[in-house]
Design a protein around this ligand. Structure first.
Ligand code: NAD
Length: 250
């Protein structure tokens, strides 16, 4: 394998870490059949996600935005965690990884068995009412499109963070604490173009953390990485896990 040396190095750094965390993006779920936003297959009926995942788009045409989310939800509901998600869960079980912070809304980390998961951008399986704060599973409130709140009859929205919106304070504070505390950050399958998530590893790096990146191509963050491993998350992460297991056994 071309990257054997880097996989070993990454495993060494992770095994010797005090507080390692992972930051994941759409790329880790690509091998579960969920399209990323930047890939060509991220388009829906010719629309770019950036034109649909905004508060303005929802105000303009809530039916169109809900249809797009229901299409994505259908894809996500039939998807299963892949070996990349499973490897991160196994690294947590070994005590090597302390938490996964994900930009994904697909719940695949939790389904793979990860226990500490922070969802920066919400969860596509939930809907919420911005009028009274009611939240529920999309499957339970879906009748008409757009669905209406069973409590106050206001129009409901997907419980996700859209482009131009802020990450909820409590989640952001917890996330900043993790990235400030971490000595190793494993960045997987993100283009690192969506703010503020993209600045989190930079924050850790400035505090002296080492950054390991796994991606099929270089990202906006690659320039700060200590180790960049080019490859699919579902292949590279299990390889790192195997090395870590070997090191622990020794
Ligand atoms: P992105 O689409 O901008 O970038 C995806 C990245 O993954 C790219 O850098 C690409 O090179 C890499 N990649 C593709 N296949 C890969 C593989 N098999 N292994 C490793 N890397 C691979 O996604 P992003 O950076 O997460 O940011 C965009 C937004 O997309 C986020 O806010 C997220 O909420 C949303 N999103 C989530 C999902 C999901 O929940 N599964 C899917 C699409 C988009």
């Amino acid at each position: 394998m071309v990257y054997t040396h880097d996989v070993k190095k990454a495993a060494e750094i992770l095994s010797g870490s005090r507080f390692a965390i992972a930051l994941t993006g759409a790329g880790i779920s690509a091998d579960s059949g969920i399209p990323t936003f930047r890939g060509r297959d991220g388009l829906w009926q010719g629309y770019r996600p950036e034109d649909l995942a905004t508060p303005e788009a929802f105000r303009r045409d809530p039916v169109k935005v809900w249809r797009w989310y229901l299409w994505r939800l259908e894809l996500i509901s039939s998807a299963k965690p892949n070996d990349g998600h499973k490897a991160l869960a196994a690294l947590e079980k070994l005590g090597v990884l302390k938490c996964v912070v994900t930009q994904n809304v697909d719940c695949l980390h939790q389904l793979a068995g990860s226990r500490c998961v922070i969802e920066l951008h919400g969860n596509i399986r939930r809907a919420r009412c911005d009028n009274c704060g009611y939240k529920d599973d999309v499957s339970r409130i879906l009748g008409d499109i757009p669905p209406h709140c069973p409590r106050c009859n206001h129009i409901m929205r997907p419980d996700v963070v859209w482009f131009g919106e802020l990450i909820p304070d409590d989640i952001w504070e917890k996330t900043v604490e993790l990235f400030t505390r971490s000595d190793v950050v494993l960045v997987v399958g993100t283009s690192s173009t969506v703010m503020p998530a993209a600045m989190l590893p930079v924050m850790s790096k400035e505090k002296g953390a080492r950054i390991i990146e796994v991606n099929v191509e270089s990202s906006a963050l690659t320039y700060i990485t200590d180790i960049f491993i080019r490859g699919r998350a579902s292949v590279v992460l299990p390889a790192i896990l195997r090395e870590v297991e070997n090191m622990i056994r020794r």
